[in-house]
Design a binder for this molecule. Sequence first.
Ligand SMILES: *Cc1c(COP(=O)(O)O)cnc(C)c1O
Ligand code: SF4
Length: 331
Amino acid sequence: MKNTAHNITAEEAITEVTRRFSEKITPAMAAVITHDSDPVALQYLPDIRELETRPEEHVDPIGDHTYSPVKGIVHRHADRVLFKVSSVCAVNCRFCFRKMMLGTPEETLNLQEVDEALAYIENHPEIWEVILTGGDPLILSPRRISRLMDRLEAIDHVRIIRIHSRIPVADPQRMDDAFCQLLNREKPVYMVIHINHVQEITPQAEQIFRRLHRNGVTLLSQSVLLKNINDTVEALESLYRKLVEMRIKPYYLHHPDLVPGTNHFRVGIEQGQLLMKNLRARASGLCLPAYVLDIPGGYGKIPLENAYITSVSGGYIITDYQGRNHTYSKN
Ligand SMILES: *Cc1c(COP(=O)(O)O)cnc(C)c1O
Ligand code: SF4
């Protein structure tokens, strides 16, 4: 073991891993784990490789702090803000892009800070969409969620409310009928569910998806591309087909961010591009998310999928999904 200056046992190393980022899993997720290296276990069980950090890794990999005008708000794009209403989650994903910020006092909003964040949104008429995120926004009490939704609905220029959550999958027990009804609003509510593998979909989660649909919530998914978890075309295809069958549109496949101690989860961008190309060759367009990278430093997300088009004199060469080239003329 060469993780620290002196030799430590594997047990001491795990203790250090969980001191930095505690182990947290729900009964629902523990129940679907079949062995300790299956695609769910690998997302939640602490691993001594988390102690290995690399120079390119960063505490704030996607530059949240650079674009935060008031506590809890990230305003990078004019028409939308992230509103980080909670700093905790139902589960702790070992690869989490905000793992260095979760649960810290600097990230936890008190009621006055919530008011200040809402005032910022009120005072910026260009904000068309508010994205509730965290941590996990749905960890809040039903009363706080309901009040937050009321306040957002009351701001005229906010037309869209989006919620990013892992709870429908990771902790479906939280979302009873009454809870889901709180999300039934006059304004459109979109929910982007974080899910990485088909094994995470339990009958309870399916019930929550139906309940959310009944309450008018539009469902999308986002996944992180993770080594040994979903980095095969078969894994992605079965996840996305199942999601589409459940009326959930795959939205983003994130290239993993440069979070400290997550190198063992990262795959190369070329591999991600190849996976997307193979997925495009065999699955319905409904099953294709955008494969994106959050540029380190806070420069936003960009699509990473291979270019299917090259500019040449007088026109373009276009490559189809089977790899055949075609010319397309410039007019
Ligand atoms: C990801 C992100 C959004 C949302 O981007 P979409 O492409 O609209 O999903 C908004 N603001 C920030 C700062 C983000 O990182
Ligand atoms: S649910 Fe999201 S924010 Fe929470 S630990 Fe997992 S990846 Fe991080």
